[in-house]
Design a binder for this molecule. Structure first.
Ligand SMILES: O=C(CO)[C@H](O)[C@H](O)COP(=O)(O)O
Length: 228
């Protein structure tokens, strides 16, 4: 898992606020990251008290944590998520940049299939417009060609380096990640539509028009923004 920041109280409030929405008998998409981890732990506490849910994890990390806290797990072959809870690296008017944990490909599959997608974040993630570098998961052989195409589209891609090993980050799917700086993204939907069909791109971290609500943890509480 990525290291947590100094916003742990706000992250915990956001995660617990989203976990409180989960109803008995439902299927929950379990996102990835330090904020979602608070939601998964809160759900584990509720399961210990008798809540009956099934989780669909989005990464090795969320699967391991869900198992640790006792949430029964299924796959998309077994069930469709009633609700998905997931974090974000930046939030602007309900649109997101995700993939700081390199899990955005599976996250997009699970989050977009849920009847309700709830984003959890602390205040540092809020912005007027998306400007965070966009993670792009790429087939390893396609890195040079995708880098060139991203530059043609005005981006500045950097191959994500691993912290505790030599060489690049390898995703749970065996691919590599290019973090692509596009500056301020004036039209996230258009950029998303440009990136998706590039040969060799598995998935990008722009989540446009997918979030139903965003729970933003603050120093004292939680702001809930609804988009549908
Ligand atoms: O997209 C993600 C992982 O791929 C995370 O949800 C995102 O990076 C936010 O993480 P955190 O809650 O630790 O700040």
């Amino acid at each position: 898992m990525k290291s947590t920041s100094g916003n742990d109280g706000a992250k915990r409030r956001a995660g617990e606020s989203a976990a409180a929405l989960v109803e008995d008998g439902t299927v929950v998409g379990l996102g990835t990251g330090s904020t979602t981890a608070y939601a998964i732990r809160a759900l584990g506490d509720r399961v210990a008290e008798g809540l009956s849910i099934r989780g669909i994890p989005t990464s090795y990390q969320s699967r391991a944590l869900a198992r640790e806290v006792g949430i029964p797990l299924v796959t998309l072959e077994d069930a469709t998520p009633t609700v998905a809870i997931d974090g974000a690296d930046q939030v602007a008017d309900g649109d997101l940049v995700k993939g700081g944990g390199a899990a955005h490909a599976r996250e997009k599959v699970v989050d977009s299939s849920a009847e309700r997608f709830v984003v959890v974040a602390d205040e540092s993630k809020r912005a007027d417009a998306l400007s965070h570098p966009v993670p792009v998961e790429v087939l390893p052989d396609a890195v040079p060609t995708v880098e060139a195409r991203l530059r043609e589209e005005g981006g500045d891609p950097t191959l994500r380096a691993a912290v505790h090993k030599d060489g690049p980050v390898v995703t749970d799917n065996g691919n590599l990640v290019l973090d692509c700086d596009f500056g301020t993204v004036a039209d996230p939907a258009t950029l998303a539509a440009t990136l998706s069909p590039l040969p060799g791109v598995v998935e990008h971290g722009l989540f446009v028009g997918l979030a139903d609500e965003v729970h933003v943890g603050t120093a004292t509480g939680v702001d809930v923004e609804r988009f549908r």
